[in-house]
Design a protein around this ligand. Structure first.
Ligand SMILES: [Zn+2]
Ligand SMILES: [Zn+2]
Length: 194
C-alpha cells in the first residue's frame, strides 16, 4: 500500500498549534517538543496495543503506525475483491423483494432492520472497530441471505426493487414513445446495414 501522506506537507504539532512542522520531521520534533509539556497520559495504539503513545500524539501516531499497514492492507484487498458483491455497503437495504409475507400492518424500518438481512453500520466506534464491524456485517448479511460467503452475490440481490424512474403519463404518450423507439431502432438498423 502506498503512503497516503505527503512527507513535505507541513502539519500542526499536537503539543503546540503554532508549530508547523514538515511531516517527515515531525517524529524528531515531537521527541524534543514533548519535553516542554511534562508527563502525558499514555494510550495504546489502535493498531498495536503494545504501542503506548502520549495522548496528544495518538492521532499522529495512527497516521504513521507501522502496524496500520499490516492490518489495513488485507482489509482493503478483501474490500476491493468484494466490491461488486456489495454495491451499496453503507445504506441499509432490504434484500427481500417482497414484503408481503411480513406479518405487520405497516412497514417499520427499524424493526425490519433489526431482524433482517440488511447492512447496518455504526459511527461511534474508532475507525478500526468500525471496519471490523462492517466486515462482520457483510459476513452476517451473506449468511442471512443464504449465500455462501465465498460465492459472488448478484448485485440484484442487494437492492430493493424500485419503481421505474419515469412513468408515462397516458396511453398516447406511451404510444408516441414506442413509435419513437421503433423509429430509432430502424434508423440504427439501416445505418448498420449501410
Ligand atoms: Zn511542537
Ligand atoms: Zn501503533
Amino acid at each position: 500500500m502506498e503512503d497516503l501522506y505527503d512527507p513535505e506537507e507541513k502539519i500542526m504539532c499536537p503539543y503546540n498549534s503554532s508549530h508547523h512542522i514538515r511531516r517527515c520531521k515531525m517524529s524528531f520534533h515531537l521527541v524534543k517538543c514533548k519535553k516542554n509539556y511534562g508527563e502525558q497520559k499514555m494510550i495504546p495504539c489502535d493498531f498495536n496495543a503494545s504501542h503506548m503513545i502520549p495522548k496528544p500524539e495518538l492521532r499522529y501516531h495512527h497516521q504513521i503506525c507501522s502496524d496500520r499497514k499490516k492490518i489495513e492492507a488485507p482489509i482493503v484487498k478483501s474490500q476491493m475483491k468484494s466490491k461488486s458483491k456489495f454495491p451499496v455497503p453503507s445504506i441499509p437495504v432490504a434484500t427481500e423483494e417482497s414484503w408481503d409475507n411480513l406479518n405487520v400492518a405497516t412497514y417499520d424500518p427499524k424493526n425490519y432492520a433489526e431482524s433482517s438481512a440488511v447492512l447496518r453500520h455504526i459511527d461511534v466506534e474508532s475507525a478500526g472497530k468500525r471496519r471490523e464491524f462492517r466486515l462482520s456485517e457483510r459476513q452476517r448479511h451473506n449468511e442471512l441471505s443464504g449465500a455462501p460467503s465465498t460465492a459472488p452475490l448478484e448485485p440484484e440481490t442487494c437492492s430493493v426493487k424500485l419503481p421505474p424512474h419515469r412513468s408515462v403519463a397516458n396511453v398516447e404518450e406511451a404510444q408516441f414513445e414506442s413509435i419513437k423507439l421503433e423509429k430509432q431502432a430502424r434508423k440504427t438498423y439501416i445505418q448498420l446495414k449501410d
